[in-house]
Design a protein around this ligand. Structure first.
Ligand code: HEC
Length: 132
């Protein structure tokens, strides 16, 4: 028994990071769920942006505003709703339930694994591809 358990974990760990990121699938998800507020090119200028009480963030500057590294954990948690809601509330809904499905892991630049779902991996790949 003692040898079977670590082997099982090893297989899961080996299988998950192999998942390829698909920025094109992410772009479609983005256009459907995010562009209304964040804008077609992710610059925070979507058609409903003017109606928001808090401005929609320019998502092409996430890396720049985080000192040159993409804030992976913050972005994933913000999308799936694990990030705490801002004190004054936010017009942005949490999308965790909507993007549930195949589990997937991503790694931060420091190598820390972040567990999420396939659709969010692709969505984040798209966001990484539009960094200025
Ligand atoms: C109803 C409008 C709306 C929709 C739809 C929306 N957002 Fe947002 N989003 C906002 C607003 C407003 C903010 C800024 C306030 C905040 O952080 O809560 C924000 C903030 C963010 C942030 C945090 C940026 C930072 O400062 O770190 C990320 C990342 C983000 N959105 C990604 C997305 C993604 C990806 C989608 C689609 C799955 C999406 N948003 C859909 C309105 C929206």
């Amino acid at each position: 028994m003692r040898r079977i358990i670590p082997l099982g974990f090893g297989l899961i760990a080996a299988a998950l990071p192999a998942l390829a990121q698909d920025p094109e699938a992410g772009a479609e998800t983005y256009a459907t769920f995010c562009a209304a507020c964040h804008g077609e090119t992710a610059r925070g200028d979507g058609p409903v942006a003017d109606l928001l009480t808090v401005p929609a963030t320019d998502l092409t500057r996430l890396t720049e505003l985080n000192g040159g590294s993409f804030p992976l954990i913050e972005v994933v948690y913000r999308i799936d709703g694990r990030a705490p809601i801002k004190a004054h509330g936010s017009p942005m809904p949490p999308f965790g339930g909507m993007f549930e499905g195949e589990d997937a892991t991503m790694k931060t630049e420091a190598g820390q694994p972040v567990l999420t779902s396939r659709s969010i991996v692709d969505l984040v790949a798209y966001l990484q591809s539009v960094q200025g």
